[in-house]
Write a protein that binds this ligand. Structure first.
Ligand SMILES: [Zn+2]
Length: 292
């Protein structure tokens, strides 16, 4: 099942919903960062959450970023997503794996107690919009729902899940986000709550072969929907050689000369996607010459 984000609006415009299938991009993140199962689930849930919140971005917003920081062994998670469905991210300690709790990967235990910082970055000038809330469970979905309720005053149902095979590969990942806006018909809200309450967990829905559109249709059963569109989503980073070169220059002339003298090359690994860039001696010298 290809990775997709589906969105819908009810006929009266007061309830919106998003569902995502993210199996392939979470598997790509696992391979890139070499995460162990608990870290894979944590990263995969956060990547999925960023894509769901990315669906809420307004025209003109550049990206949304989510930073989870906790006192557990995982340390933290940083992910960001753009409105066109590109997402990237990493965890502080990819080798984190805990014993499962109640048969599930213990993401809450790995993250521990801490904070979720959500930042919306506008495309042009202007400061980012930043909001910080305490983690509720560290299980990601509940934390994002709490952020939406507290900071955006939008009651939301959020479900996110990642199923990791015993051999460590990602078998299924996905999630949903449903929001009712002021003026929503209480009967519609009640019906949605019922649907969410009886729905199987998102990772099971994806594992059973449902696509993003079908997950959304199931959650909105009995409610008349207005728009239903779907778009591809993918793991994609914004790093490139030019950015690496300016990062090297930003180290300062003395430090670059130091690297030249000792290593004769600079090696830079992108935190977000683990891409490795090697800048050899002649290029380093050219860089220094061009900047002086
Ligand atoms: Zn990168």
């Amino acid at each position: 099942m290809a990775d997709r984000l589906a969105r819908t609006l009810t006929a009266d415009g007061t309830v919106r919903g998003f569902a995502a299938v993210t199996t392939e991009l979470v598997e790509e993140a696992r391979v890139r960062h070499g995460t162990l199962p608990t870290a894979t689930a944590a990263l995969g849930r956060a990547l999925t959450a960023a894509l769901l919140l990315g669906g809420l971005l307004k025209t003109g917003d550049e990206r949304v970023s989510l930073q989870f920081s906790g006192d557990g062994p995982l340390g933290g998670i940083l992910v960001d997503a753009t409105p066109d469905g590109a997402v990237r991210g990493f965890v502080s300690r990819p080798q984190t794996h805990l014993a499962p709790r109640a048969g599930k990967l213990d993401v809450g235990g790995a993250l521990g107690r801490g904070l979720l910082c959500v930042m919306r970055v506008p495309a042009g000038e202007g400061p980012p919009y930043r909001s910080i809330v305490p983690l509720v469970t560290g299980e990601i979905g509940t934390d994002v729902a709490s952020y939406l309720a507290d900071s955006e005053q939008t009651p939301s149902a959020v479900g996110i899940g990642v199923f990791v095979e015993p051999d460590g590969r990602v078998a299924a990942a996905g999630g949903y986000l449903l929001q009712s806006m002021p003026g929503a018909d209480p009967r519609t809200v009640e019906r949605l709550e019922e649907n969410v309450g009886t729905s199987r967990p998102p990772s099971e829905l994806v594992r059973s072969g449902l696509d993003a559109r079908s997950i959304l249709t199931g959650l909105l059963a009995g409610v008349e929907t207005h728009v239903l569109e779907e778009r591809p989503v993918r793991f994609a980073c914004r790093c490139n050689r030019a950015r690496v070169e300016s990062a090297i220059l930003a180290m300062g002339r003395a430090n670059v000369l130091d690297v030249l003298a000792s290593e004769r090359r600079a090696e830079v690994v992108c935190e977000f996607c683990a891409a490795r860039y090697v800048v050899e001696e002649p290029e380093l010298q050219a860089l220094l010459a061009s900047s002086s």
